[in-house]
Design a protein around this ligand. Structure first.
Ligand SMILES: Cc1ncc(COP(=O)(O)O)c(C=O)c1O
Length: 417
C-alpha cells in the first residue's frame, strides 16, 4: 500500500500523548524545568523505534555490506537495501535504483552540482535559486561558479517571505541549466508552490532539484507526481539518525552522470589502467556507508508512515495556526516570514531583546529554540535582520509547548521590552 493510502487509512487524529511517549529524549528536565523542544527544523528527536533499530543493528546484525559471503554480512546488506526500499516508498519513486544514500541533504546537492551540472554547463550558464535558500543550496553553486564560471541567479521574494512567481519566471532563460529550489524554507517556514515552479521550468526544458530537507517530515511527497529531476533530504530531520540522507534522481539522469567520489563499493573492477563502475545507485556510494544509520532511517520512515503524513500535516498545521495567534499576542514581538502558505517554522524578533538573549532566557525555562541566521543568512538580511529567534514544530509538539513558549516570551518582554 502506498504511503498516501496508509495516511488516508490512519485518519486525521494523532494521539500526541502517545506519540510523545515514543520519544525518550523529550522526557527530561533542563535547568530544573521540563524540556520543551522547539528546534525540530535543526534536527528532530528520535522515537524509540529508531533507537532500538540502531541498537539492534549494532548488537545483532552488523558487518560490512555488499562484500561478505557470510551470513552476517548478507543480513546487514539486506537491512541496508531494505532501508533504500523504504526511502523509495516514502518518496514514491518508480525504482529503488533512483535512491542514492548520502550523508545528508547538503551532500546530495553537492553531488548534483558536481556530477550532473558540471559536465553539462559552460562558463556563463546559470543555476536559478530563490532568495530564501539554505546555505546548502547556495554555496555548492558558488563553488561550481569558481570552478567553471557558472552564474548564480536569484529569484526575489516579497516582504512576507513569498517567492515572486513572475520574477522567478523572468529569470528562466536559455542559459538556465538547472532550477534548484527549497520546498519549505527553514528560516521562514514559507512553503513554495513547487508544482508550479517545476511546471514553469519544464516548459523551457529546464531540470529541477528540490531541496526537501524541511518537507519530507511534514507532508506526503510523491516524486512521480512532482516530476522533479532530483530531490534531497536529510535523515536527522525526519526523526532518523544523523549521517544519512538521500538523493532521488530520475534513473536516466543518474545513469548518464559520472560518479561523485571514487573508492571501494562503487566499482565493478579496478586495474591501474582503469576502473569499471557499478550501476546506479552504487556508483555514487563510494566507501563504507553509514550502515546502521540507513537502517535507522528505514525505522524512522516506518514510524512516520505508521502515524500517517497526512495526520502529521493536519496536526502541525493546526499547531502552527495556534502558535501564530499566540505569538502575535506577545507584546513587542514581530513575526519574520508571514507567507500565506507556511509550515512548522515561527521566526521572530522582539523589541529590545537580541535573539541570543531570547534563546538564553528561554533555555533557563527549559525551552529549546534556535537563534541566529539559521544557515540562511541572505534571506534573514533581505527581511531586514541579522538574526532571528526561531521556534520550529515537530509531530510531538502540542499546545502546552506553545503555551510554555508564550509564557517565556512574555517574561523576556517584561525584562527587555
Ligand atoms: C532547507 C534546508 N536545506 C538544507 C539543509 C541542510 O541539511 P543538512 O545540514 O542535514 O545537510 C537544511 C538544514 O537545516 C535545511 O533546513
Amino acid at each position: 500500500m502506498s504511503h498516501l493510502a496508509t495516511a488516508t487509512r490512519q485518519g486525521a487524529g494523532l494521539d500526541i500523548a502517545r506519540v510523545r511517549a515514543d520519544f525518550p529524549c523529550l522526557h527530561q528536565s533542563i535547568h530544573g524545568r521540563p524540556l520543551v523542544y522547539l528546534d525540530t527544523a535543526a534536527s528532530a528527536q528520535k522515537p524509540k523505534a529508531v533507537i532500538d533499530a540502531l541498537a539492534h543493528t549494532l548488537g545483532h546484525d552488523y558487518a560490512n555490506i555488499h562484500r561478505g559471503i557470510y551470513e552476517l554480512s548478507q543480513r546487514a546488506t539486506d537491512l541496508h537495501e531494505a532501508a533504500r526500499s523504504k526511502v523509495q516508498d516514502l518518496l514514491n519513486a518508480r525504482d529503488a535504483r533512483e535512491i542514492v544514500f548520502t550523508r545528508n541533504a547538503t551532500e546530495g546537492i553537492n553531488l548534483v552540482a558536481q556530477s550532473f551540472l558540471r559536465p553539462r554547463a559552460a562558463a556563463g550558464d546559470e543555476v536559478l535559486i530563490t532568495a530564501m535558500e539554505h546555505h546548502a543550496n547556495i554555496v555548492p553553486w558558488q563553488l561550481l561558479g569558481a570552478q567553471m564560471g557558472l552564474r548564480l541567479v536569484v529569484a526575489p521574494i516579497n516582504d512576507q517571505g513569498e517567492l515572486l512567481l513572475d520574477e522567478f519566471e523572468a529569470r528562466l532563460s536559455d542559459r538556465t541549466k538547472l532550477v534548484s529550489v527549497v520546498w519549505v524554507s527553514n528560516a521562514l517556514g514559507t512553503v513554495n508552490p513547487v508544482h508550479e515552479l517545476i511546471a514553469r521550468a519544464h516548459r523551457r526544458g529546464i531540470p529541477v532539484l528540490l531541496d526537501a530537507a524541511q518537507a519530507v517530515q511534514h507532508r506526503p511527497v510523491d516524486v512521480q507526481d512532482l516530476d522533479c529531476e532530483f530531490l534531497v533530504f536529510s535523515g536527522h530531520k525526519l526523526y532518523g539518525p544523523s549521517g544519512i540522507g538521500a538523493l532521488y534522481g530520475k534513473a536516466e539522469l543518474l545513469e548518464a552522470m559520472p560518479p561523485y567520489q571514487g573508492g571501494g563499493e562503487m566499482i565493478e573492477s579496478v586495474s591501474f589502467e582503469g576502473t569499471e563502475f557499478k550501476d546506479i545507485p552504487y556508483k555514487f556510494e563510494a566507501g563504507t556507508p553509514a550502515i546502521e544509520a540507513a537502517v535507522g532511517l528505514g525505522a524512522a520512515i516506518d514510524y512516520v508512515l505508521g502515524l500517517g503524513l497526512e495526520s502529521i500535516a493536519a496536526h502541525e498545521t493546526e499547531l502552527l495556526a495556534y502558535a501564530t495567534r499566540a505569538l502575535r499576542q506577545v507584546p513587542g514581538l514581530r513575526l519574520v516570514g508571514t507567507a500565506r502558505e507556511k509550515c512548522s517554522v515561527l521566526s521572530f524578533v522582539m523589541d529590545g531583546a537580541h535573539p541570543q538573549d531570547i534563546g538564553t532566557l528561554l533555555d533557563l525555562d527549559g525551552i529549546a529554540i534556535r537563534t541566529g541566521h539559521h544557515c540562511a543568512q541572505p534571506v534573514i538580511e533581505r527581511l531586514g535582520h541579522s538574526a532571528t529567534a526561531r521556534a520550529s514544530l515537530g509531530l510531538y509538539n502540542d499546545h502546552a509547548d506553545i503555551d510554555a513558549l508564550v509564557h517565556g516570551l512574555r517574561r523576556v518582554n517584561s525584562m527587555f521590552g
